[in-house]
Each structure stands twice: as structure tokens, then as C-alpha cells.
Design a protein around this ligand. Structure first.
Ligand code: SAH
Ligand code: SF4
Ligand code: F3S
Length: 465
């Protein structure tokens, strides 16, 4: 009897990589590979990489150093391990990766990951495989659909890619080069996938795309659907209780999407809308194609229909040419919006992008601005969370907490919430009272517990459905 072959996949970077990693595992499962979280016992190791900042790309090389030692040890024991680099570093660096890290057997760009099983078979014959072609066909058509077993093991929330790629070419960003042009998946493919996830116990789906609100997938009648239309269609699926989407671009924030935040109860009240900078001059140099007033006006319009919405964002400090005055404009924008949460990054020059050749801001200045911006954002986040002390919020319970008896879930506003609650509430939504606020919230169940949404397993146990 042949021994089970094992696959180890490590994801770096954005949620799209997490999604792609799951699909690669599903495709390999068809070939008999079982996933493991132990690299030392794997036959095939996949690093699904991110190229967005230099630190992200360098992480991959230090990880490859570790894998080299594992591979050598395995070879000493007479076992052949294959190492694959997939994702955005693979796309951006291609054969350069094998030159720098000869431990690598396969280099596969994000558009070719559906070919993983066949490429692994070629590498097993001793070939070094490089596949960084942009697709001649649609990769999603060829990705294994999520299997029931795999999705059930992965919990009650899931990401689903609905749109990939970007045509915006912000001057700092590698994504248009690593993920290619914007492509939207057809509506019914997404509906089928989400229905399968719902059947497997998923209750909350986050639709993902580099510019998710530019979504324009085909409907069965041959016309195209906006993101708002897609959300409306998915809200019809009974098992799905919550819908979110990320990441949006201010340029594509259409009125029907804003209206969906008023009209669709399943659409959760959060919006991740990266602004990068509060200075018009910097926004222009970044080629963001909108100004600060336009951004503020979007926030205003969203808050008219959903005053409680949690707004989050991404910021880059120290973009080439950013002056203290530009940076003050960013701090001022943060004050005006009052973000519930935000990611902040020091500008990192990326080879091949226009901003890399512009005149750079010294690292010490970037570091100092980053600290100031983070402090301000942290203060806003604490304020946002503190406002919920004593309130009742609906929590979707996701998994056991670190301490026995605790469950972790999320509020509608994406805040992590810790609650002392029985494990069988996982996968259900129940109201809790917030008793402690910090970076995350602590809460207690409101008894008697009447979860709004029952899992199929719970219904079956109760003799229903
Ligand atoms: N599509 C999204 C963002 C994708 S990348 C958008 O348009 O906003 C995620 C975040 O990484 C970006 O929002 C930006 O804040 C940051 N980022 C991208 N390139 C960067 C770079 N060269 N240096 C520092 N941060 C960067
Ligand atoms: Fe990058 Fe800009 Fe496209 Fe976002 S919109 S992925 S930041 S190029
Ligand atoms: Fe990174 Fe590629 Fe995502 S560069 S952020 S993994 S699209």
C-alpha cells in the first residue's frame, strides 16, 4: 500500500493568497495529497508569496533558507521533497528565484496555480518548472471547487475571490504587474461556490478582490452585474448570514453599493476603503485618481445611509516627496474620518514601479511619521471600541478562544469579541453584552441564549431540517 503523500502550504500577504492556497490544497487533494501543518513531514512544500513590500518578499527567502535545511535532511533519509514558490514573488521574480535559492523546484505565478498538480508531476521527473504565464484561459474555471470536507474543516467564515487583478497602476504598487488586468468571475459561479460553502457550515462570506468594488461579472442573461447586484444575489442564499467585501477603491465606490449598505440587512456595516494619504499632492503623485475631498465625500454619503458603519483604511507614509505638510494633511484626514481601524505602512520602493525612481524620503523620517500616524489611529480605534461598552451586539462565534471555555467571534463591525460560551455555539450568531473594551472586546451571553442562526448540524440534532 502506498504511503499518503503530504502537502504543506504557507500563505503570505493578502487574503487572495489564502484563498488561492485553499484552492491549491483542494486541487492536490484530488491527487491524493493530504494537507499537513508540519513542513518536515511534507512531500510537497508550497510558499504562496507576497511581493507588495520589500519586507514581504525577503520573508520568502528566509523561509526558503529553513526549507533548504529540511530538504537536505529529508534527502539524507532517502526522501525527496519538492519546494514550490507560488504567488506574487513567483510572478515578479521568475527564474531569479531559482538562481538565488536553488532549493526551489517550481516557480508558479498566481495565474497558473490551477496547474499545480500537473507541474508537480513534471518536477517529480527532475525538471525545474517555471510557469509565470498570464492565462490563456480563466484560472477559476480550472481551480478545484471547494470540497465539503475541506471547507467544513476551515470553519464558519470564508473568503471568496470574485475579482482579480488591477488596471489602476498606482505608482507605488506591484499588483498590476503580479496579478495582471482586472478580471471578474461570472455571478452564477460565485453563487454556486458560496452555496457549497453554506452547505459546509460557512455563515459569513467575505468577497475579495484587489479592487472588489470594480466587480462587473457576467449574469446568465449576458449583461453584467455590479458588486451591489452580486451581494443582493448572494443575500438570497439562506445559510449565509453575513456578507462583507474587501478591498475597495474610492474611484469605484458607486451609489448602488452605498445604497446596499442601507437595503441589505446581511451586508455587514464595515467598509475597508484605502486612502493612502490625506494630501492631494501626494495622491496625485501616487496616481490614485481622486482627491481628499472626494474621499471625505464618499465617507459622508456612506454614513448617511449607515451612520454606525466601521470605516477602515490603508496608509502609506514617506511616499517619495512627502513633506511634513503633506503628512499633516494625512493626520488631519484621520481626525476627520475617525477610522475604526487602519493599516499603516512605510513606503517601500518596488523594482519596476514609477515611484521607485522618484526622490526618496529618508528612512528615519518615514519611521517617525509611522509612529505618529499609528498612535493617532490607535487612539481612534480605542475610541471606536469604547463606544460599545455596555451595548448589545450580535456575535458570530468562530472558534474556541485561547482559554478553555472562551469562544472568539466577531461583531458586525469586525471587532474580535471574546465570550464565555458553550462550544456548540460555534457557527451561530447570538447577542452578547459588551463588558470590557480594548483592542478586542469581552462580552457575556445574554441569557437565555437564542442564537439567530442555527447550524445545519444543530438543526439536525434538534430533529429539524
Ligand atoms: N488594492 C488596494 C490595496 C492593495 S495592496 C488599494 O487599491 O488600496 C495593500 C496595501 O499595501 C495598499 O493599500 C498600500 O497601503 C500598501 N502598499 C502597496 N504598495 C506599497 C509599497 N510599495 N510600499 C508600502 N506600502 C504599500
Ligand atoms: Fe495597487 Fe493601486 Fe491597484 Fe490597489 S488600486 S492594487 S494600490 S495599483
Ligand atoms: Fe501581496 Fe500579491 Fe496580495 S503582492 S498583497 S500577495 S496581490
Amino acid at each position: 500500500m502506498s504511503k499518503t503523500r503530504k502537502l504543506y502550504v504557507k500563505s503570505f500577504g493578502c487574503q487572495m493568497n489564502v484563498y488561492d492556497s485553499h484552492r491549491m490544497a483542494d486541487a492536490m487533494a484530488r491527487e491524493g495529497y493530504v494537507e499537513t501543518d508540519r513542513p518536515d513531514e511534507a512531500d510537497v512544500l508550497v510558499l504562496n508569496t507576497c511581493h507588495i513590500r520589500e519586507t514581504a518578499a525577503e520573508k520568502v527567502y528566509s523561509e526558503l533558507g529553513r526549507l533548504r535545511r529540511l530538504k537536505e535532511k529529508a534527502a539524507g533519509d532517502g526522501k525527496r521533497m519538492l519546494v514550490a514558490v507560488t504567488g506574487c514573488v513567483a510572478q515578479a521574480e521568475g527564474t531569479e528565484i531559482v538562481r538565488r535559492a536553488p532549493v526551489v523546484d517550481l516557480v508558479i505565478g498566481p495565474q497558473s496555480i490551477h496547474r499545480l498538480p500537473e507541474l508537480v508531476a513534471r518536477a517529480q521527473q527532475g525538471e525545474t518548472v517555471i510557469d509565470t504565464e498570464f492565462p490563456v484561459e480563466d484560472k477559476f474555471e480550472h481551480l478545484a471547487p471547494p470540497s465539503r470536507v475541506a471547507t467544513r474543516a476551515r470553519g464558519v467564515t470564508a473568503f471568496v475571490t470574485v475579482q482579480e487583478g488591477c488596471d489602476k497602476f498606482c505608482t507605488f504598487c506591484v499588483v498590476p504587474y503580479t496579478r495582471g488586468v482586472e478580471v471578474s468571475r461570472p455571478v452564477e459561479k460565485i453563487v454556486a461556490e458560496v452555496a457549497l460553502l453554506a452547505e459546509a457550515g460557512v455563515r459569513e462570506v467575505t468577497l475579495i478582490g484587489q479592487n472588489v468594488n470594480a466587480y462587473h461579472g457576467l449574469k446568465p442573461d449576458g449583461t453584467s452585474s455590479s458588486l451591489a447586484g452580486l451581494l443582493e444575489r448572494l443575500a438570497e442564499l439562506e445559510g449565509i448570514a453575513r456578507l462583507r467585501y474587501t478591498t475597495s477603491h474610492p474611484r469605484d465606490m458607486r451609489e448602488d453599493l452605498i445604497a446596499a449598505h442601507r437595503d441589505l440587512p446581511k451586508l455587514m456595516p464595515n467598509l475597508h476603503l484605502p486612502v493612502q494619504s490625506g494630501s492631494d499632492r501626494v495622491l496625485e503623485a501616487m496616481n490614485r485618481r481622486h482627491g481628499r475631498d472626494e474621499y471625505l465625500s464618499i465617507i459622508e454619503r456612506v454614513r448617511v445611509v449607515r451612520p454606525d458603519i466601521a470605516i477602515s483604511s490603508d496608509f502609506i507614509v514617506g511616499f517619495p516627496g512627502e513633506t511634513e505638510e503633506d503628512f499633516s494633511a494625512t493626520l488631519d484626514l484621520v481626525e476627520r474620518v475617525g477610522f475604526a481601524q487602519a493599516y499603516t505602512f512605510k513606503y517601500s520602493p518596488r523594482p519596476g514601479t514609477p515611484a521607485a525612481t522618484m526622490s526618496q524620503v529618508p528612512d528615519a523620517v518615514k519611521a517617525e511619521r509611522l509612529l505618529r500616524l499609528q498612535a493617532l489611529i490607535d487612539a481612534h480605534q480605542r475610541k471606536f471600541n469604547a463606544a460599545y461598552l455596555g451595548d448589545t451586539l450580535d456575535v458570530l462565534f468562530e472558534k474556541p478562544g485561547r482559554i478553555a471555555g472562551l469562544l472568539v467571534g466577531r461583531s458586525p463591525y469586525v471587532q474580535p469579541v471574546q465570550v464565555t460560551a458553550p462550544a456548540d455555539l460555534i457557527g451561530t450568531i447570538a447577542p452578547v453584552r459588551i463588558v470590557e473594551v480594548g483592542p478586542s472586546l469581552s462580552a457575556e451571553l445574554i441569557s437565555p441564549v437564542r442564537p439567530h442562526v442555527l447550524r445545519p448540524a444543530v438543526l439536525a440534532a434538534a430533529g429539524g431540517a
